[in-house]
Each structure stands twice: as C-alpha cells, then as structure tokens.
Design a protein around this ligand. Structure first.
Ligand SMILES: Nc1nc2c(ncn2[C@@H]2O[C@H](COP(=O)(O)OP(=O)(O)OP(=O)(O)O)[C@@H](O)[C@H]2O)c(=O)[nH]1
Length: 296
C-alpha cells in the first residue's frame, strides 16, 4: 500500500469516528486533531498548540502524564477528565456550554501518542442521579438515614483532628400521629415537607440535614459549639411553632421537640453524640414537648 493510501485510510478513520482524537507529542504539542461529534472543540483552532494552552494546568498535566506513561510503557493508558466551561475559556469559545466528562485512551504510535476522548457525560450524570436518589428521602428531598452515617462519621473525625467543635440536633414533630389522624396523611406529609423547606432556608450551607425516622430529622452542624447548637435548636423550635400550613379544614400548626449534643472529648464519636441527642430529645418530650434540651 502506498503512503498516500495509508494517509487516506488514516484520515477516513479519524473522520468516521464519533470520538475526538488528538495526535500529540509526549510534550503536549498537538500535531493533529479530529473533533468527531464533539461540538466542544474546533480541531483547526487547536492544531499546532500545546495542551496547556487549551486546558487548565491540572488537566493538561494529567493528559501529558498519561501520554508519557503510554509512550514509556508502550501500552494503552486510560485516564478521566472533567471539563467545566468556566475553567476552560478557550473551549467555551469553541462551543463547550456544559460540564463534560471524558474517558481518555492514550495509545503510543512511535514517537507520538494518539489520545481518544470518549464523552462519558451521560453515563456520569446517570450515576450521579442514581447516587443522589439513593441518598435522598423521596417525600422531603432531605438526605436519608443511609446518607447521614458516613457524613457524620467523617465530620466528627474531622472536628476531632482540627477544632474539637461540632454539634448535632435531633428534631421530632410533637404528636405527629395526631396530625395524620385528625387531618390526613397528606397533611402530615405537608408538615414534613414544610419543616424541611424552612430548615433548609435557615441552616448554614455546611450543616447537613437528614430524615432520620418517620417524623424525626437530624441536623449535623460543623464548627458549632454547644451554646451555638442550642441557639440553632431554639431557632428551629420557634420557626416551627410560628408556622401555619394552609389546609382545607383550617390552618395547621405544629411544634417540635429538639435534643442537642456537642462533641465531648477525644473518646467521643458520632454514635455517642446521636445517643445523647436522643436522650435529650426524650427529656424534652417528657418535660412537655415544644422544648429544646441539651447536656451541660
Ligand atoms: N404523613 C406521614 N406520616 C408518616 C410518614 N412516615 C411515618 N408516618 C407516621 O408517623 C407517625 C409517627 O408517630 P410517632 O413516632 O408515634 O410520633 P408522634 O405521634 O409524633 O409521637 P411523639 O414523638 O411522642 O410526640 C406514625 O403514625 C407513622 O405511621 C410519612 O412519610 N408521612
């Protein structure tokens, strides 16, 4: 086969593939590029430039490292990258309008490396959605109990390493079964939804709210000492006491009881904090409900 024919076959192959393909030097210089179905990059505009002129330093560094490895080991090397339009102004101009994920396959070809960019954004989005659905309570949208445990463990361990300060509260709707019985299950649902909406409106971004049981919620508060934790508990109690939920049979009002616990020494952990918060919640209920109790 003549050189011309080989070249024609190579170009046809590039044009036929939907993936973006670059031929680069291990230094990162782009020798050839075929954009495929990309729509996020203009092959003419990137040819002859270096990866670092197009991508942020960490991403071009990752690609070069994979290309060097493929070249040294003479084998296929894979790596993943994520492109955000706000981080890649060059590609934003060329058509990158949303975050995309790619699996890169680097294959050595003599002194050059062929890099194939396979768009795996749809797969990643689906994975994220499934993970997020598995971590959320479908009624209220709050995190569920399963999502709470690892977050609590990690956050308490982090507080023990750094500042020794964090608190959590257990929030329980008072006589919730009466709301279900006297109004309706649907009304009970609305109470739980409104409770979550208003806590989301008042909490700090770093606070973590999860539905812990039927009518029970846990909020973890990093960098929050006991006094601040009690103040937050009282804010939640007050907001719920003042809330009116319009309902056909008349406005519905409800109250909550709250148990607060704060990190207490090096032997403490998230399980013990939860246990103490529940004990304090029990005291709040025993003392007449619509109260906040905490140790110390
Ligand atoms: N509307 C509604 N009710 C639920 C849901 N999940 C559980 N429940 C009901 O919530 C009620 C919880 O009742 P309890 O745990 O006895 O709580 P309570 O009536 O608030 O009692 P105290 O906590 O002692 O004040 C039960 O009747 C459950 O059937 C839900 O998603 N929506």
């Amino acid at each position: 086969m003549s050189d011309k024919q080989v070249q024609a076959r190579y170009e046809a192959l590039l044009k036929a593939t939907a993936d973006t393909v670059m031929v680069i030097e291990p230094s990162g210089l782009i020798l050839a590029c075929s954009e495929g179905d990309a729509g996020w990059l203009n092959s003419e505009a990137v040819m002859g430039r270096k990866l670092e002129d197009i991508f942020p330093a960490d991403i071009s560094g990752d690609i070069v490292a994979a290309a060097v490895k493929a070249s040294e080991k003479q084998k296929l090397v894979k790596t993943d990258i994520q492109l955000r339009p706000e981080h890649v102004p060059v590609l934003r101009e060329q058509g990158l309008t949303e975050t995309k994920w790619f699996e890169l396959r680097c294959q050595t070809a003599g002194s050059e490396v062929v890099v194939v960019y396979q768009d795996i954004s749809a797969k990643r989005r689906l994975e994220r959605q499934v993970t997020s659905q598995a971590q959320r309570d479908p009624l209220t949208g709050a995190y569920n109990r399963r999502a709470l445990r690892p977050v609590l463990e990690q956050a308490v361990a982090q507080a023990q390493r750094y500042d020794w300060v964090c608190s959590l509260m257990v929030i329980d709707v008072d006589s919730f079964s009466d709301l279900n019985d006297n109004y309706s299950w649907d009304c009970g649902d609305q109470v739980l939804q409104q409770l979550v909406t208003s806590i989301h409106g008042m909490k700090r971004t770093s606070d973590f709210l999860a539905r812990y049981g039927d009518d029970q919620f846990v909020m973890f508060m990093p960098e929050t000492n006991h006094e601040q934790g009690m103040a937050a508990g009282n804010r939640v109690r007050k907001i719920m006491e003042e809330m009116e939920i319009p309902y056909a049979a008349g406005d519905v009002r409800f109250t909550v009881s709250v148990g607060v616990a704060s990190l207490n020494g090096p032997e403490d952990d998230s399980d013990q904090m939860l246990r103490r918060a529940n004990e304090n919640l029990f005291i709040a209920k025993q003392s007449g409900a619509n109260r906040v109790e905490g140790e110390g």
